[in-house]
Write a protein of this length. Sequence first.
Length: 128
Amino acid sequence: MAQFYLFCELYLLLWSAVLLSYRYGSSFIILINIRSLFEQSRRNRKISIIAGVIIALGLCFLPIDPGPAFLGDLIPTLTIVALLIWQVFKPVDQIDGYSTDKNGCVTGGWFCLIVAVIHLLFPSIVLL
């Protein structure tokens, strides 16, 4: 369905902005503002996790056409599942701004951004 496609794009772009804010936040202040939405509010983090689960299940069972009936958008689904696992085990509010873990955050942010852009530009290509 087109709704899950749109929500997938928004979710991936939002979390790529959060993850990229660790390196590029000093240049783009809006990235820090987006990250602070999740650092300061436990409610927003819970909503993000629940929304991610719903989007991942929706992409599994209701992919955009011409995808197969099950797992038509495998790469975006796996990216969202990886983001969910990261959110549960390494919450945004527990990452120190000076730690070495921020390099992994930046790599994950670029990967999410690339998956979102490819999925946006070529929606009819089945990303298996």
